[in-house]
Design a binder for this molecule. Sequence first.
Ligand code: KG4
Ligand code: ZN
Length: 344
Amino acid sequence: MEPIVPKNLKSEPLILGIESSCDETAAAVIRGRRILSDEIVSSASLQAKFGGVVPEIASREHTEAIDLVVSRALERAGVTKEALDAVAVTYGAGLLGALLVGLSFAKGFAYGLNIPLIGVNHIRGHLAASYLEEETLKPPFMTLLASGGHTAVIFTKTETEFEMLGGTLDDAAGEAFDKVARVLGLPYPGGPHVEALAREGNACVELPKMLKGAGGYNFSYSGLKTAVINYCHRKEQRGTQWSKADVAASFQSAALDILVQKTVEGAKEKSVNTVTAGGGVVANGYLREKLTFACQEAGLKLVLPERRHCTDNAAMIAAEGLVQYRAGNFSSLSLNAQASIPLR
Ligand code: KG4
Ligand code: ZN
């Protein structure tokens, strides 16, 4: 099936973005890089009862929420669906059943309105979130990606060309936060809870350095995670007093300092003067402060998406939709959902 292609590309198109890859049902409308509406319904608190995301529950919740979320996004943007120039939707990576809800809905919209469908790679959406922060932001720049599924230092050459300098060899940063949270008895998703607990503690617990066994721009979280688990079990077995807050603070700095260091190193190596970041972990206040300080010290400009645009949202999907619209990349209505897709 041939994609629907616009007759003329507009410079400031009106794009509806839809996201349903995990436990957030989201829709947003942007005109150019300006956000007109940004709606989200999360099933995270329901999922928390199960200690993680149950795919069937996610699909069911998306099905119930999608119609309302999209209608609300159009209403709050003050536009009719007939005014839209394109529909951008996450087609991967993520939970297949969850992705299919958003994708099918977007296809119906695109077909019914005879406007282009733009399939968006969720990870590219996280990277594009920075464009919403600054209308004139332009590559090249160095990008830190840190989400629940990916952690990497990426050289963004152009809006559509990327070079992966390195990343995690095992767990993603968000995944490590979620696992450590479970050990500390904190609810899902663990990141924000670990961050809150860490604020009450000191980073005084000795944990292995993240660089061990991984050189260059690569790093590994498995040693750090195991060290935290062992530390907690040992303390519990011996019945000695210990502070969960100190463990949280120590883990947080060990897990995040390396990301700051590698990102700044990457910017210097590639001689770029700007740094951007994206992904759920970039909502972390400690990481944001450290990155701000390190960039200031190194004379680098930092463009950080707002916290709500770091965790899953539809504005970032619309932003990546705009990138693809301007590049003339439109999807066929036979586009399928994919559980995993590479960055390119
Ligand atoms: O980008 P995201 O919303 O979904 C994925 O595409 O994976 O990232 C979710 C991850 C979860 O692992 C969550 O614990 C983590 O981001 N996260 C945080 C914080 N907020 C969310 N990690 C550390 N500190 C936070 N404040
Ligand atoms: Zn995400």
